[in-house]
Design a protein around this ligand. Sequence first.
Ligand code: ARG
Length: 463
Amino acid sequence: MSTLYSGRFDVAPDADVFGHGRSLPVDHRLIDDDITGSRAWAGALARAGVLSQQDADALIAALEDVRRAVHADPSLITEAPDEDVHSFVERQLVERLGDTGKRLHTGRSRNEQVSVDFRLYLMRRIPVVQEALAGLVDALLVQAEAAGSAVMPSYTHLRRAQPVLVAHVFLSHAAVFRRDIERFDYARSEADAMPLGSGAIAGTAYDIDVDRLAAELGFSRVVSNSIDASGDRDFVATFLYACAMAMVHISRLAEDVIILSSEEFGFFEIHDSVATGSSLMPQKKNPDPLELVRGKSGKAIGTLTGWLATMKGLPLGYNKDLQEDKAIAFDAEDSLIGCARVTATVVRTLALDAGRAREAASGLLLATEVADYLVGRGLPFRTAHEVSGRISRDLYREGRDFSSLSLEDWRAYHPLFDEDIFRAVTPEAAVEARKTPQSTNPARVAAALAAMRAWLDSRRRDR
Ligand code: ARG
């Protein structure tokens, strides 16, 4: 295999060492972006008077011919012997155009070429990642809408805390994924800087109109320094961070669903179509897809930290270490899209056991309501907390809850208790009693649900 730099060497590269350095098995995924970048470069060279318009037109036509050929038969590139996607395209051009094909790389380096390719790739793929996350938000909203006024316990320290609407719980995860989607907006804006014109490191010697080139390629700005540009992969780190964060969040959702659908909780049941069984224990219904999501999130974190470790020792400017970025970023992208889609399916098909959830929200976790009741009648909160704590402790010892107390029982604890205490200590009263916009108050939750739905719809419309 001849290389783009064989003139410099006496002998062909050692086959193992060449294989070690090849990136085509990974970076063939950038073929469309490489062709898009090269097309624009041909035009820019012609405008700078470096190429004749005739050569530029021939190059552009041949580039589109390569694109068509690869789309029609991907094995043309996946099985090609070239070093990387850039060498592959150049060889195709030379095969088609001879010397004209050899003119395209004038004033350009693979260092900036791979950067422009990868930036273009992320700018077009991040919206696809965001759509996968939007599908997950949609599934959460479908469940929140279906849950109506159903209540369940919320948990702190994985101990029953206070009653909340089931819809509020689904919306809590939706709020997290909305942040993730917006974080990817930032990741995309960081990739959005056009590096061509940087040359290998010092800038290009031709009069390239980089602003026009940027606009043509859909970039909103041009990089500010050629040395920085040739070795900058911060935009990859930011993408990996956004992926890792989203995977951590999908993992936490998976964990919630695994716990809440277990026999011990039983507030939800996962659908048969997304469960697995056991080869030995006939009764088992396992949440494997969610466990896998949890498992894959560990790798996403490792990918980010690994990439930061790769970058930390590099002198500024291009270093071949940077070539490792593609394999991990593609893997992070695939993994996140796959996990988001599968988790959306599991969430969408969850069945709520509203009776069991309400039952679990009806016990001693109403103790805060008891304290608030006394506060409403003038008792200082700390004193009210003590009274409610004493009642809770006695009931807990006797295996009973508040509903077993008569008015005399209540009054024996404090004379401020009255008939209306019975209406105050229900899960429905507890959620109704919350007031703030971010609370589980049913009117507030309805408003939050409508706002989240409107946000999702408008985002998807604007795509
Ligand atoms: N395959 C290389 C990469 O992904 C392209 C840039 C090669 N540049 C170089 N000077 N060897 O980073």
